[in-house]
Design a protein around this ligand. Structure first.
Ligand SMILES: Nc1nc2c(ncn2[C@@H]2O[C@H](COP(=O)(O)OP(=O)(O)OP(=O)(O)O)[C@@H](O)[C@H]2O)c(=O)[nH]1
Ligand SMILES: [Mg+2]
Length: 425
């Protein structure tokens, strides 16, 4: 523990409950926002709610409630109010004025977390595009509210005649987004080549870990591959896709990818970013959908994940449901009965991890075929690769080379045959 830690910013979490949202759902969503706030380093001082028939177009809370919220905020010494909806720019301005501090909506909170956790150039560019897209209409609103005063400033500072401050900023945002998109396109080509190379080396046995944020994907990735990916009890710890081989190696060799987690009401700009980050996962032939079975809201999290998977075009990929964290709670028998074929487990138990590994390998073994591979003497360098990507049943020396009888993926057999043919020629 460090002693001189700065005092965390205190926050009030606030939300309107409309009639079609049940109490359980409402509570789960608030709990999640509190967790998101903690991930950002806020200390949640209080939660403030109001039941309303609908959310007002101009003001998120009713008049009396806004005064109450201001009082609560002052009493608690909070410097920020977090709202559990995406609110419009004008709702946000009204609320900030009336509660007397900064207001962040759910979208802004998530964008901020992504912004802080993005480390690769690729992830940073994507998050910046999403942030700019979120800011643009808000700046428009700010400019509108600033009105004539703002226009009075035009013509100074080298701006072209008649262009308002707001317009200039919007143009800058557009230019910046275009620039970032160009950068991304460049990086995209590079990533594609990397992926192609990986595919070439490994055949088609690819599995991707997907699921709601904090379900335990990176923990399983570590356990399955022996790699040191980041595991953290925060939301959106992982933003980039990592790919590693199942360890110890299996036949066929299986590559595992860890991916970014999903969440309810994912900001729209980020869904687009997810898409490219998840391209890698979409090339998998098996998705491990990881669910935190100890979370009381896991059914909803499961549904949200399935929705996002649909949205990004992964609807038809075969999947294995993995109910994780069963050591912390959850009804094992009920889960098995409701989701036949699923795996109920804890990443903390070696035996469970072994079972998961077996299920993955079994899935890919179903696709193996038995075949003969002839390797002429001139192509003996292929021997190592054959042992790496096939199960060798028999190896027989002939006058002109070696004949292997193997079990392997059809694609691997084809690839090795082509390579043997090329070397022989
Ligand atoms: N008790 C228990 N805790 C677990 C288990 N699996 C993971 N955890 C913990 O859950 C937290 C989140 O784990 P991660 O592996 O980072 O989760 P993730 O799905 O990668 O999360 P994001 O990257 O944020 O999407 C960590 O504190 C893990 O130690 C489990 O089986 N049992
Ligand atoms: Mg992770």
């Amino acid at each position: 523990m460090r002693e001189s830690k700065p005092k965390p910013t205190r926050a009030v979490v606030a939300a309107v409950q409309v009639p079609n949202v049940s109490d359980v759902e409402f509570e789960a969503s608030l709990a999640e926002l509190r967790q998101l706030a903690k991930t950002l380093g806020f200390e949640v001082a209080a939660t403030f709610t109001q039941k309303r028939a609908s959310i007002g177009a101009a003001a998120y809370f009713g008049t009396g409630k806004r005064a109450e919220l201001r009082l609560l905020r002052e009493q608690e010494g909070a410097e920020v109010v977090l709202v559990d909806h995406e609110i419009s720019p004008s709702q946000s301005f009204t609320l900030e004025k009336e509660v007397g501090c900064e207001v962040m909506d759910r979208t802004m909170v998530i964008l901020e977390i992504f912004h802080r956790h993005a480390t690769s150039r690729y992830a940073r560019a994507q998050v910046e595009i999403a942030r700019l897209g979120y800011m643009a209409p808000r700046m428009r609103e700010a400019a509108k509210l600033a009105g004539p005063k703002d226009r009075g400033r035009s013509g100074t500072g080298g701006r072209s005649g008649g262009e308002s401050h707001g317009e200039l900023d919007r143009r800058k945002i557009r230019d910046r987004i275009a620039e970032l998109q160009k950068e991304l396109a460049g990086m995209g080509a590079e990533r594609k080549t990397q992926r192609a190379r990986r595919q070439e080396r490994s055949g088609l046995a690819r599995v991707a870990l997907v699921g709601y944020t904090n379900a335990g994907k990176s923990t399983l990735m570590r356990a399955l591959t022996g790699s040191e990916v980041l595991v953290a009890n925060k939301l959106f710890a992982t933003l980039d896709t990592t790919v590693r081989a199942l360890h110890p190696e299996s036949v066929p060799r299986v590559l595992v990818s860890d991916t970014v987690g999903f969440i309810k009401n994912l900001p729209h700009g980020l869904v687009a970013s997810f898409k490219s980050t998840l391209d890698e996962a979409l090339e998998a032939s098996l998705l491990l959908h990881v669910v935190d079975a100890s979370d009381s809201g896991f059914e909803r999290q499961l549904a949200v994940t399935e929705e996002v998977l649909d949205e990004i075009g992964a609807k038809d990929l075969p999947r294995l449901l993995v109910f994780n964290k069963i050591d912390r709670g959850g009804d094992e028998a009920a889960l098995r009965a409701r989701h036949p074929g699923s795996i109920v487990m804890s990443a903390r138990r070696e035996a469970d991890l072994a079972r998961l590994r077996e299920a993955i390998v079994a899935f890919f073994r179903q696709r193996l075929v038995e075949a003969e591979l002839f390797v002429p003497w001139s192509a003996q360098q292929l021997r190592g690769e054959i042992f790496a990507s096939c199960e060798v049943i028999e190896e027989r020396a002939r006058d002109d080379g070696t004949l292997f009888r193997v079990r392997a993926e059809p694609e691997a057999v084809e690839r090795l045959r082509a390579q043997a043919g090329r070397s022989a020629a």
